[in-house]
Design a protein around this ligand. Sequence first.
Ligand SMILES: *[C@@H]1O[C@H](CO)[C@@H](O)[C@H](O)[C@H]1NC(C)=O
Length: 225
Amino acid sequence: MRVTSVIRAVVLLLTLLGTWFLMQTYFQHSWRAISLRSWLGASKKPSSEKLPRHKCGNQKSCPQNYFAFKIISGAANVVGPSICFEDLVLMSSVKNNIGRGLNIALVNGTTGKLLKTDAFDMYSGDVTKLQTFLQGIKRGTLVLTASYDDAATKMNAKVRAYFTELGSSHVGTLGFRDNWVFLGAKGLMNKSPFEKHIKNDKETNKYEGWPELLEMEGCAPRKMD
Ligand SMILES: *[C@@H]1O[C@H](CO)[C@@H](O)[C@H](O)[C@H]1NC(C)=O
């Protein structure tokens, strides 16, 4: 009686082990077949694991002596902007250092080191604080800027002139609740190629009262002495 149950248990155990072994071999084979097929190019599905990751999650990597950056403006008055430089997030909601208005990060254009970040309320804030900030920027500094909600109400001619000096072409026409992303530099370039501006326009706005957010990525040249 007892011997029979022991044998039964052993047979059951062996059957289970055998099934497990067969299943495992079968799946390994089918896995191999799948990977061979994708290797041969039959499956065009891009595997995200195999794509190289670039700094700031950008599409392209930057050549030597260029800094990778990505600047995203705020979305309406809901999602905050973010500024990434050389794979470091300098400003974001998570870092808790952004605000409605203009968000600005200053970076040493030679070393790529962060100098400072600040957010300026452009709707009801004191614009003199921004003027002082812009006035203090030294030659060889990279200036990364992202708008959030409204970046223009309190903007005056002096502030616009400072940004124009940093290479901006659009700051002159920046209006209420326009979105704006900009990378400029003091004494590095006349007109910055790194700028995007979208008007707040009822006809084309993505959100009620605000245009679509702006995203800009690229490679900024290092200042060589
Ligand atoms: C950048 O860093 C270099 C080396 O530390 C320094 O000599 C230079 O003054 C800095 N420039 C700015 C604009 O901070």
